[in-house]
Design a protein around this ligand. Structure first.
Ligand code: APR
Ligand code: PHB
Length: 388
């Protein structure tokens, strides 16, 4: 069955769904296809920090109502090392804060908004094949083969999707890290008002949250860490050890609702476009989670893409589309650097290199004692202005 649209969007993660909403608001037609079920994408636990520009964009796109009601505005984070916490005050240093609101909540809000538009969003499609030259996407939905013909394809299908492999000549830039994060979601009140990034001799730990009754915590572990080796009591006692400080720290525990190990990598492909296919979000780049940037970078890409498509459909100019990759990559590399820098500063290497540890401590002391250095962290963390 052939169907026709202006923009075929592959993937209903944050990138695909935000793009669909931005295009809808500009009167541009799209079809979104997703290979997972609606409940799967709505329950998938991911990060939870939204840059200021991301919250503004979601608000302007009409999907910020629940986020403003349930999300938590944070005006700083704490860096903990040598047994002492140091606050980086985002509002004072960068003039804005961040929003703590789970990515899957953003996804739920975006799906509801998409369904309300009446425009198509197909879940549980299979056998997706994209043709970047012809802008055709073939897939199977409800047992029926579908041929979706478009002017353009947005490849928003994440790191393991089919769009990036459909492009032959890509330059890949990649770095794998010799550690991973063991993450838990727990029914426990947060033990701090703001996030705590802890550098400890036992490895990195992060204390984060989702609501006044739910915390999210991470521990640096080995990339091949076996979750079976981590019963709940061991996770809590390791978090306590790494978050400990002079004068003590009380970590509230509770039932663990979800547990998983995430590997860490930095990854970029260039260019982010080929023929009539545009890659956006994790399909084009991955950052290690230490800078809390994955979702925010995906949103920045699709903002550039939506503006470029609007220029094409409204003014008949393809200049925005031609510049898409170059425009996006400038921010991608800034965010790559920040994410790599935060990661390198806060994690202990497995071989315990003493020279590296002294450099890390020196960098941490500098960041918390120099207003210039703290401002640099703050402005990157809250997010540099979105293009356009
Ligand atoms: N066809 C259709 N959909 C697909 C296909 C395919 N062949 N392959 C993957 N998908 C879907 C995935 O199931 C997922 O829902 O594409 C979506 C991609 O979404 P994400 O992986 O969430 O990527 P993205 O939208 O770029 O979001 C950016 O920020 O916090 C980080 O990595 C985190 O997901 C996050 C990302
Ligand atoms: C999260 O809350 O899941 C989170 C917060 C900050 C990060 C990464 C993840 O840097």
């Amino acid at each position: 069955m052939p169907i026709r649209t202006q923009v075929a969007i592959v993937g209903a993660g944050p990138a695909g769904l935000v793009l669909a909403q931005l295009l809808h608001l500009r009167g541009i037609d799209s079809v979104v296809i997703e290979n997972r079920s609606r409940s799967y994408v709505e329950q998938r636990i991911r990060a939870g920090v939204l840059e200021h520009g991301t919250t503004d964009l979601l608000t302007d796109a009409g999907v910020g109502e629940r986020m403003h009601r349930e999300g938590m505005v944070h005006n700083g984070v704490e860096l903990l090392f040598d047994g002492e916490g140091h606050r980086i005050a985002f509002d004072e240093l960068a003039g804005k804060g961040i929003m703590v609101y789970g990515q899957h909540e953003v996804v739920k809000d975006l799906i509801a908004a998409r369904l309300a538009t009446g425009r198509p969003l197909y879940f549980e499609v299979s056998d997706v094949v994209v043709d970047p030259a012809a802008a055709v996407v073939r897939f199977v939905h409800d047992g029926q083969p579908v041929e979706l013909r478009a002017d353009y394809i947005a490849g928003c299908d994440g790191f393991h999707g089919v769009c990036r492999p459909a492009i032959a000549d890509l330059t890949v830039f990649e770095r794998e890290y010799p550690f991973a994060w063991l993450g838990i979601l727990a029914q426990a009140a947060p033990s701090s008002h703001e996030l705590i990034y802890a550098y400890s001799p036992r490895g990195f730990a992060l204390h984060s949250m989702r609501s006044p009754t739910v915390t999210r915590n991470y521990l640096q572990v080995a990339p091949d860490e076996d979750l079976d080796e981590w019963p709940d009591e061991r996770i809590w006692s390791e978090l306590r050890a790494r978050l400990d400080r002079h004068g003590g720290f009380t970590l509230t525990d509770g039932p663990i609702l979800e547990k998983g190990v995430t590997t860490m990598r930095s990854f970029v492909v260039e260019p982010m476009q080929h023929g009539r296919l545009f890659l956006a979000g994790d399909a084009a780049h991955i950052v290690p989670p230490t800078g809390a940037k994955g979702l925010n970078l995906a949103v920045a890409d699709v903002k550039v893409l939506a503006d470029a498509l609007e220029l094409f459909y409204v003014k008949g100019s393809d200049s925005g589309l031609a510049a898409y990759s170059t425009t996006c990559l400038r921010r991608v590399w800034r965010v790559q650097h920040f994410s790599w820098w935060m990661t390198s500063m806060l994690h202990r290497s497995r071989d315990g290199d003493p020279f590296e540890q002294q450099l890390q401590l020196s960098q941490l002391r500098y960041v918390v004692s120099s207003r210039a250095a703290a401002t640099s962290l703050a402005e990157n963390y809250v997010g540099l202005p979105l293009p356009g």
